[in-house]
Design a protein around this ligand. Structure first.
Ligand code: PMP
Length: 448
C-alpha cells in the first residue's frame, strides 16, 4: 500500500473550488461569478495595453539577464511600490477639500490630520519615505506579502494575536494561523443594514455601544489588526474617511498595530490616491504599520504573482533592522522572488507616460464594474424583484455581497448555472451587459 494511503481527500478551496465546479458544467449559459478576476464586456480575461507595452520594452532590452534577484526583490520595484501606496512625496497630501475644523484636528511631530467628515479632510503627511523609515520587500503577490508579514510578526512582535474583520477574505484566517498568529475577529458587517457595523446601538441593552469600535476597543493593547485598505472583500463595504479617522484614533490610543491588506488600490474608486487614503492617514500620524500590496487586480498581473510588503517604522535604524529580519524569513521560504512581473511593474511605474496610460486603463476597469452595478440594480428593479437592492450600487470594489443565502446560491447554480461563493458574494467584474439579464432572472427566481 502507499505510504499516503491513510490520507482523506481534502475539500476544494471554497473560492477556487467554484471555478472547478464551473469548468465541469457543460451548459452554454453558465456564468462564473466566483473568483475575483476582471473580465471584459465580452467575458474575456484582460491584459492591459500598458502591460503589453512594458513587456515589449523588456523583451527588446538585450542587456537584461535572468540572474537571481536579491532576497528582497527588485530595488526599483520596491521603492516605487512604497511611493504608490504612501504617496508621491509623502509630503503634503490634500484629500478632497481643505477645510480646517478646529474640533477635529489631530497633530503630532510633523503632521496634521484634520477631518470633519467624509467630504472634508486635509492630511499633511509625515515624510516617512524621505526619512527612510519605510522598508519594502517584493513578495509573491498579496497572499505572499501577507504571509511574510505574518511570519515576521509571529517571530518578532510581542503580541501574537491578530484581529480580522468578520467576515473577511477566506484565506486570511488560514494565512495568519499557519504563520503562527492567533486569529480573533472584530465585528465589521451588519446584515440588517448591509453596511458597516461601526457602533450600532444594541437595543437589548440600551445605550450600550457595540460593533467594530467596541471590539477594537476591547482588544488587548498591542494586538495586530488586519484592515482592508479599500474595497473590502467580500462585503464591498468600506468605512467613510470620518470613520477611518475614528478607527485610527482608537487604534493609536491603544497601541494596536495596523496591518493593511491593499489588494484593490485604484480598483475601488478608479483613483489610486483616493483608494490609499486609509493607509496614508495612518502613516501621516508618524506611527508604525505594515502594508501588503498586490498588483494582481490593478495591473491585471494575477498569475505573475507580484506584490510587496512594506513596514513603516519609527526610525530609519529600526526600518533597516526590520528588513534584515524579513530576509531571514524569506530566504528559507523561497530564496528570492521572480523577476518578470516585478520588472513589468517597475517599467510602468517609473515611466511618466506609461504610468499615465495605466491610470486610464485602471479607471476604465473600475468604471465598467460600477456600470455593472447600476445595470444589475436596474434589471432587478424592472423585474420588480422583492427587496431593497440599493446595496448593489452602494458597495465598493470588485464584489457585491448580495445577501442571498446558501440555499438561494445552490438554487441559482442548479437551475441557472450561475456559480458564486456560498456566502452570496458575486464578482461584478465577471458580468457584462449580455449576462446581466440572466443573473437578474436567477436572483428574481431565487427570492420569489
Ligand atoms: N487580500 C484580499 C482581500 C484579496 O481579495 C486578495 C485576492 N483575492 C488577496 C489579498 C490576494 O490576492 P493575490 O495573492 O492574488 O495578490
Amino acid at each position: 500500500g502507499s505510504v499516503f494511503g491513510h490520507l482523506a481527500r481534502a475539500p476544494e478551496d471554497p473560492i477556487l473550488g467554484v471555478t472547478v465546479a464551473y469548468n465541469k458544467d457543460p451548459s452554454p449559459v453558465k456564468l462564473n461569478l466566483g473568483v475575483g478576476a476582471y473580465r471584459t464586456e465580452e467575458g474575456k480575461p484582460l491584459v492591459l495595453n500598458v502591460v503589453r507595452r512594458a513587456e515589449q520594452t523588456l523583451v527588446n532590452d538585450s542587456s537584461r539577464v535572468k540572474e537571481y534577484l536579491p532576497i528582497v526583490g527588485l530595488a526599483d520595484f520596491n521603492k516605487l511600490s512604497a511611493k504608490l501606496i504612501f504617496g508621491a512625496d509623502s509630503g503634503i497630501n490634500i484629500v478632497k477639500q481643505q477645510v480646517i475644523e478646529s474640533s477635529n484636528v489631530f497633530s503630532s511631530r510633523n503632521h496634521v490630520i484634520c477631518c470633519r467628515d467624509a467630504s472634508y479632510c486635509l492630511i499633511l503627511c509625515s515624510p516617512a519615505i524621505q526619512e527612510n523609515r519605510v522598508t519594502t520587500v517584493q513578495c509573491l503577490s498579496g497572499t505572499g506579502s501577507l504571509r511574510v508579514g505574518a511570519e515576521f510578526l509571529a517571530k518578532h512582535y510581542h503580541q501574537r494575536t491578530i484581529y480580522i474583520p468578520m467576515p473577511t477574505w477566506g484565506n486570511h484566517p488560514k494565512v495568519f494561523t499557519l504563520a503562527g498568529l492567533s486569529v480573533k475577529t472584530y465585528r465589521y458587517y451588519d446584515p440588517a443594514t448591509r453596511g458597516l457595523n461601526f457602533q450600532g446601538l444594541n437595543l437589548s441593552c440600551f445605550l450600550h455601544l457595540h460593533g467594530l469600535l467596541e471590539d477594537l476597543g476591547s482588544a488587548p493593547s498591542g494586538a495586530i489588526v488586519l484592515l482592508h485598505a479599500c474595497a473590502h472583500n467580500p462585503t464591498g463595504v468600506d468605512p467613510t474617511l470620518g470613520q477611518w479617522a475614528q478607527i485610527r484614533q482608537l487604534m493609536r490610543s491603544k497601541g494596536l498595530l495596523p496591518f493593511f491588506d491593499s489588494a484593490y488600490q485604484g480598483f475601488a474608486s478608479g483613483n489610486l490616491d483616493e483608494d490609499a487614503q486609509s493607509v496614508r492617514m495612518f502613516v501621516a500620524d508618524g506611527g508604525e504599520c505594515l502594508v501588503a500590496q498586490s498588483y494582481a487586480k490593478n495591473m491585471g498581473l494575477y498569475g505573475e504573482r507580484v506584490g510587496a510588503l512594506s513596514s513603516v517604522c519609527k526610525t530609519a535604524d529600526v526600518a533597516s533592522r526590520v528588513e534584515s529580519q524579513l530576509k531571514l524569513v524569506i530566504r528559507p521560504m523561497y530564496s528570492n522572488p521572480p523577476i518578470h512581473g516585478a520588472s513589468i511593474v517597475a517599467t510602468i511605474l517609473k515611466d511618466r507616460n506609461m504610468f499615465h496610460y495605466w491610470t486610464i486603463e485602471l479607471k476604465a476597469m473600475a468604471d465598467r464594474i460600477i456600470s455593472m452595478r447600476q445595470q444589475l440594480f436596474d434589471a432587478l428593479r424592472s423585474r420588480g424583484t422583492p427587496g431593497d437592492w440599493s446595496h448593489i450600487i452602494k458597495q465598493i470594489g470588485m464584489f457585491t455581497f448580495t445577501g442571498l443565502n446558501s440555499e438561494q446560491v445552490t438554487f441559482m447554480t442548479k437551475e441557472y448555472h450561475i456559480y458564486m461563493t456560498s456566502d452570496g458574494r458575486i464578482s461584478m467584474a465577471g458580468l457584462s451587459s449580455r449576462t446581466i439579464p440572466h443573473l437578474a432572472d436567477a436572483i428574481h427566481a431565487a427570492v420569489t
